[in-house]
Write a protein that binds this ligand. Structure first.
Ligand code: SF4
Ligand code: F3S
Length: 104
């Protein structure tokens, strides 16, 4: 599966949802997540993210994000169409430690 990681937080560009063939993105206030049981591992979303926030779960240190994606995909609503990025997206793109500061 692929997972959404830290740099989506406070950006939420949502380009990713437009290309997913199985519509497995879910929307929280500050970020999106991928449902790991629904993702078919096609990889097309990864290069679409302007914030480079989508990673394959074969990368190192991804276990924390896999759990976050799984847990929240079960609670948050499905999103299948692009919406406007968050107004502060460019300011927060690339900042460190966004999960600890802003995740909700
Ligand atoms: Fe959707 Fe493919 Fe990305 Fe998985 S890898 S979330 S199936 S676009
Ligand atoms: Fe987030 Fe990138 Fe999608 S910033 S909403 S994972 S396009």
């Amino acid at each position: 599966t692929y997972v959404v990681t830290d740099n989506c937080i406070k950006c939420k560009y949502t380009d990713c949802v437009e290309v997913c063939p199985v519509d497995c993105f879910y929307e929280g206030e500050n970020m999106l997540v991928i449902h790991p049981d629904e993702c078919i591992d096609c990889g097309v979303c990864e290069p679409e993210c302007p914030a480079d926030a989508i990673k394959p779960d074969t990368e190192g240190n991804i276990e924390k994000w896999l759990q976050i994606n799984l847990e929240h995909a079960k609670k948050w609503p499905n999103i299948t169409q692009k919406i406007d990025q968050l107004p502060e997206a460019e300011e927060f793109d690339g900042q460190e430690g966004k999960y600890e500061k802003f995740f909700s």
